[in-house]
Design a protein around this ligand. Sequence first.
Ligand code: GLU
Length: 501
Amino acid sequence: MTEHTGDGPRVGVRVRFAPSPSGDLHVGNIRTALYDWAFARRTGGTFVLRIEDTDQTRVTQEYINSALDTLRWLGLDWDEGPEVGGPYGPYLQSERMASYADWAQRFRAAGDAYYCYCTQEELAERRAAARAGTGGGPTGYDGHCRDLTPEQVAAYEAEGRAPVLRFRMPAGSTTFTDLVLGEVTVDHAHVPDFVLVRADGSPLYTLAVAVDDVLMKITHVVRGQDLLSSTPRQIAVYRAMGVAEGEFPAFAHLPYVLGKDGQRLSKRNGVVSVNWYRHEGFLPEAICNYLALLGWSPGENRESFTLAEMAAEFDLTRVRPNSAQFDAVKLEAINGDKIRGLDPADFVSRITPFLQGAGLAADPVTEQQAQLIEAGAPLIQERISRLTEAVGMLGFLLTGEAEFAVDPGDAAKVLTPDAAPVLKAAEAALADVTPWTAEAIKDALHQALVEGLELKPRQAFGPVRVAVTGRRVSPPLYESIELLGRDRTLARLARALTPPA
Ligand code: GLU
């Protein structure tokens, strides 16, 4: 046994989120981050962010930056970690290699780990033979190099073999009380000696994660159930580090997130990238609210809450152990609710970047654009479930007359020859409406089209809507016309009446 350098009093809860960003963070990662964060906030503890980037072929700086950006955007602020620092840094595993190497050597010196010289081919051959012998059951490392004699070692070294370092998993079993799953016991017959350090000297996940959790004084490991199988190994490494039994971090393994097909959620059965949702106009508060529900809900099964409410009420012991199904339709419904709940000025500031991205507004917005957006926003806030919809809905208002174009599909369906008399009558009716208010516009159009031409409202207002807003789906028509103004409205009606050259 080697001494434990992570000792000293533990002050409060320290929980970490430890992603290996080899792409955009996915909804499962974020559900974990959210629970980690909420648990830290609820307990007044410390939320530690650690980036597990020992596999630098997969985890790039770009993905790390994007992960930090995503977490910040969601409001999951960390107390220690990249960019904010902290007393147990560095918080990138790639900068902590010396401590993994140091602990690896201590384990070897203490007999908790040994060099294994088996080649991949030899391992595969013996595994195949063992599988044949056991009728196909799982077979792990067979302990071939556990107790090599100095002569055997010398012979392998003479052959020029580069060894891996393996952990010597003791006989017996590991039992721990998972805060979500309850008591878990794993027989070590299912936990073969595992590799800590590759032949090239690079550390593996189990070594780095255990060493860091001890050195960073982590008190709670809250993570996905996919990592459950590494827990007995991790506990064995804690023991080898000299951590006392009562001092191991507590574990909480969160339920799987499944796709609609009941399989683990992946690119194949759903959209998993949180950045995709961000770019599609989902609010961070909707994403957090929805993902929180994948395994937890506050009292009285309330389904709508804020991050602050979650931070006040989150309780790990109320996390459900059974798998949760990701439902994009429900996420979108929650997004619509959250959009409706924004205060009007906030709504304007949320849609503006999407309008700018679509080229409908300058960056920064001009005074005139700001006025139009502010005036148009209340017309759509109740009607959209993604911020991106603002582009289609407000485009008519923000597009200059020279660029304005009617959606060709909608034009083909609605601006048929039958529409010409309707548009003409609308033009005449609107030419001298006073005052130019939605109310007066409504009365004038009703009189001219529904009473005058004896049309059903759909036949009457469909062509006017498409001619004026360019689309069959628009904000409320009379208010839209009011905002657009008389000149622009009449110009668009006239244009719709002119057959294309
Ligand atoms: N880095 C691991 C992953 O992203 C998680 C480590 C942990 O939480 O123990 O899968």
